[in-house]
Design a protein around this ligand. Structure first.
Ligand SMILES: [Zn+2]
Length: 273
């Protein structure tokens, strides 16, 4: 823990030196050594989209809630000196609890847990902003988006940004019905693993058509994003996603041309035009 937290501090310091803002994920997952009595109840996952590594904790149990909040505070205290701008709270993949008091997770236990985490985080870092992820909401159980809308309408102010995306098409709810809390919406394009086999396998895999298709679905509403990478070989996808945020109407093909011009010179590409 000491070694890894020192590494995170070095990474965040380097990001700050470049003028970047920083974010870290928190939630009820990856509690590898939590006692069995604090474990979450596994979620029904008929679509195989939510994930369950067996490391989740139930936030409706007093001991589970304490463990989640104490761990969050300890993490943020280690980052206080470097500075941390955002935390991102994630509902699924991994995560969740299907116990009687938490379900339906995205519309109930997750919201309560996130509100508690936001308060605990701001007790350490008063200017901390909260990104609330809705990853794979409504796939199923349905009704999670609507429940979040109702929860933020009656008790908003603790979340700053909503993150939405999915493995396949962009979620329809924020496009058709509106973003819960009328908050800014960001996306979460998967830029390093899609199309590689096994999942997470390495090797170049440019995805201009896929990124363009998904961006076209969401660009009227999305205000930025969080391209997700687990690799060092997806520079083209990173450039495309970043350029979409810079200019929403730029085409992936045009971005590819500029990228190739930079990497290989316009002269080398002249024969390809
Ligand atoms: Zn629970």
């Amino acid at each position: 823990m000491v070694g890894s937290s020192a590494q995170v501090r070095r990474l965040f310091r380097a990001a700050k030196d470049l003028g970047l803002e920083t974010v870290i994920g928190v939630g009820n997952v990856l509690f590898n050594s939590a006692p069995a009595e604090l474990r979450a109840t596994p979620l029904p996952d008929p679509s195989g989209r939510h994930g369950n590594s067996g490391t989740t904790v139930c936030p409706s149990l007093a001991g589970g809630r304490d463990l989640i909040l104490q761990t969050t505070r300890a993490l943020l205290e280690q980052l206080a000196e470097v500075g941390l701008d955002y935390i991102c709270i994630w509902p699924y993949d991994e995560g969740g609890c299907a116990c009687e008091r938490c379900r339906p997770w995205g519309g109930n236990g997750f919201i309560r847990m996130s509100r508690d985490i936001a308060a605990a985080g701001r007790a350490v870092l008063p200017n901390l902003k909260i990104i609330l992820s809705t990853w794979t909401f409504d796939t199923p159980p349905e009704g999670e988006w609507q429940a979040l809308t109702e929860a933020l309408a009656s008790d908003g102010g603790w979340a700053d940004v909503i993150l939405a995306d999915a493995h396949e098409d962009f979620p329809r709810y924020p496009l058709d019905t509106g973003v819960p809390g009328n908050l800014p919406l960001i996306n979460f394009p998967e830029i390093s693993m899609w199309g590689n086999w096994p999942w997470g396998g390495c090797g170049a895999h440019p995805l201009p058509a896929r990124l363009q298709r998904l961006w076209d679905q969401a660009k009227a509403v999305v205000r930025g994003g969080f391209p997700y990478s687990e690799g060092i070989y997806e520079g083209i996808n990173k450039a495309i996603a970043s350029q979409f945020y810079w200019d929403p109407d730029r085409a992936a093909l045009e971005i590819l041309r500029e990228y190739a011009d930079y990497e290989f010179s316009g002269l080398a590409l002249a024969c390809c035009r």
